[in-house]
Write a protein that binds this ligand. Structure first.
Ligand SMILES: NC(=O)c1ccc[n+]([C@@H]2O[C@H](COP(=O)([O-])OP(=O)(O)OC[C@H]3O[C@@H](n4cnc5c(N)ncnc54)[C@H](OP(=O)(O)O)[C@@H]3O)[C@@H](O)[C@H]2O)c1
Length: 314
């Protein structure tokens, strides 16, 4: 699903430095210490960008990245950069971007396919998440348009690959703690888990596009598989591997409710029901415009560990 915002076409500027005269281009990255942000920072540095990363706590030391402490939505100045990348909470970033002078720097901001998935959820708090994501995208689009800046909104599906994510790394942590993992037999909704490195490549491709426009892309992974199969592959990748128990739906419902009461997990009814729903998105627009070519789902145990100090992202 691609959304286009009407933006008058403008000539792309080379930006400050712009790779000319040997001067490095400068990027301001929000959320640089998160799972996606760490890989984006590493890619930028590898391509010769000077990176200023903003977060509330300083991130892990990383060559070529200067850390700035800031709390969105009041996170300091935005002028003097060729690019601004948001890898943290989109809602807060959109408020900072709308309220802070930032020139015509190219903007790449990560949102989420939750915008589609949770729009009609039975859970009001999930519908609120979807509405806030949609509002945030619209705010970024309007502010970019007013400045004549290019903006690309990237919506990943379920992210894995760098540890510390709130989905498969949590599944892995629960499975390690209890020595098993339980799913209902009909947890067969389609999923397209997407690797952080494919997202970082998409962000870099968006920064290097010549077109000055405002676009949004869904970014699914390169393979669609049943929820049950996705979890089974994660459990099989752990060292030692963890066993998956498949229960009849009614029995699973009782077990999940009891486990929630005991504090073993915090997944609500809407989350559990979604295991049966297909959540599949079209990568074709991103493939066409960003050369997006996500990998299939081949998990390895290290992908679900918390990040280590000094570890070098691939
Ligand atoms: N991970 C997923 O499964 C997934 C799936 C789909 C979409 N997304 C989207 O992709 C983006 C990145 O996700 P992510 O999981 O890599 O990271 P995240 O957990 O959304 O954000 C973490 C980063 O944002 C910083 N941050 C959080 N609150 C902040 C604040 N108030 N002010 C300044 N910095 C703040 C954190 O550092 P500090 O805590 O030190 O401030 C950290 O660097 C988000 O927009 C997310 O919604 C993620």
């Amino acid at each position: 699903m691609e959304r286009r915002y009407p933006v008058p076409w403008r000539t792309a500027s080379a930006g400050r430095g712009g790779g000319m005269g040997g001067q490095a281009r400068c990027a301001l990255v929000f959320g640089g210490s998160g799972p996606i942000g760490r890989r984006v920072c590493a890619r930028l540095v590898a391509r010769g960008w000077r990176v200023t990363a903003v977060s509330r706590a300083p991130g892990l030391a990383s060559a070529g990245v200067e850390w700035r402490r800031g709390t969105l939505p009041a996170a300091g100045a935005g002028e003097g950069f060729d690019a601004i990348v948001s890898c943290g909470p989109l809602d807060l970033f959109s408020r900072w971007y709308a309220d802070t002078p930032a020139g015509a720097a190219r903007v790449v901001a990560f949102g989420s396919t939750s915008l589609h998935v949770k729009r009609d959820s039975s859970d009001p708090s999930e519908r609120d998440v979807a509405a806030r994501l949609a509002d945030a995208e619209a705010r970024v689009a309007a502010a970019a348009r007013a400045r004549g800046a290019a903006a690309t909104l990237l919506r990943p599906t379920l992210v894995y690959g760098a540890g510390g994510d709130r989905s498969l790394s949590r599944v892995a942590a629960l499975a390690r703690r209890h020595g098993f993992f339980v799913l209902p037999h009909d947890a067969r909704g389609l999923r397209q888990p997407v690797h952080v490195d494919d997202l970082a490549d998409a962000a870099l491709a968006a920064l290097e596009r010549l077109a000055v426009d405002v676009r949004a892309y869904d970014l699914p992974g390169g393979e669609a598989l049943a929820y049950r199969e996705m979890v089974a592959r994660v459990l099989a990748s752990l060292r030692p591997p963890v066993r998956l128990w498949v229960l009849p739906g009614a029995l699973f419902g009782l077990a999940a409710a009891l486990a929630r009461r005991l504090g073993a997990h915090d997944a609500g009814a809407a989350v559990l029901a979604r295991m049966r729903e297909d959540l599949a998105f079209d990568a074709a627009p991103a493939r066409r415009d960003l050369g997006y070519a996500p990998r299939g789902f081949r998990p390895e145990a290290g992908m679900f560990e918390p990040p280590q100090a000094g570890s070098t992202p691939r």
